[in-house]
Design a protein around this ligand. Structure first.
Ligand code: HEM
Ligand code: CA
Length: 172
């Protein structure tokens, strides 16, 4: 079997086994969007402050995650995702959180590499960050500017229908 190191500057590994993520079977759609390219080059998820991506990320979260993690990530059969405790400390980075969604963890937390596109995974993890309501000091995934702008998530927040941004519909 040929090695399948993705052409990524970032070292992406399964949070449980430490094995490199296998990109050979990723869904063809959404695998080289500008956002995915930027993430693979930098390890930073450019969608975490982009309303056009957050809206789509919320839809994916409600379809693929909330049944186990609760509709605002408050925890259910899976752990809470909106607080500052992480079973896997890697999840305080964009690369780690992405890797958890891509490759799964233990038990019911299965991999999503065959059900979500890479772009979907960036969108849904951006939404997980948006749901965060813990202390800003522990939000290691935010840079200083983002920390200044941080407001804890409040239930009932809404976004305009098709806000501008990297995930916006082009109308074409
Ligand atoms: C663990 C996210 C879907 C059940 C986790 C963790 C994250 C996460 C980040 C690790 C939390 C930590 O380190 O504290 C997501 C996202 C999902 C998703 C974004 C959707 C794309 C699901 C589904 C289930 C599930 C559908 C149930 C069938 C669990 C369980 C754990 C877990 C039981 C604990 C696993 C362990 O500790 O090894 N999830 N999850 N998750 N998730 Fe999910
Ligand atoms: Ca937690």
């Amino acid at each position: 079997r040929p090695t399948t190191a993705q052409s990524s500057a970032v070292d992406l590994r399964n949070v449980v086994t430490g094995e490199k993520l296998d990109f050979s079977d990723v869904l063809p759609e959404g695998k080289d969007t500008p956002g995915v390219k930027q993430f693979l080059a930098t390890g930073h998820n450019p969608y975490i402050t982009d309303a056009s991506c957050l809206k789509k990320g919320e839809q994916t979260f409600l379809a693929a995650c909330s049944g186990c993690h609760g509709h605002i990530g408050e925890g259910k059969i899976g752990p809470g995702l909106a607080d500052n405790y992480w079973t896997y400390p890697q999840n305080t980075t964009d690369a780690g959180l992405f890797s958890t969604v891509f490759g799964g963890a233990n038990g019911q937390m299965g991999p999503h590499n065959e059900s979500l596109t890479l772009d979907d995974m960036l969108q849904v993890t951006a939404w997980v960050r948006h749901l965060y309501s813990g202390p800003v000091a522990d939000a290691e995934w935010l840079n200083d500017e983002q920390k200044k702008a941080y407001k804890p998530y409040k239930l009932g927040e809404t976004f305009p229908d098709n806000p501008p941004g990297m995930c916006a519909k082009t109308g074409k």
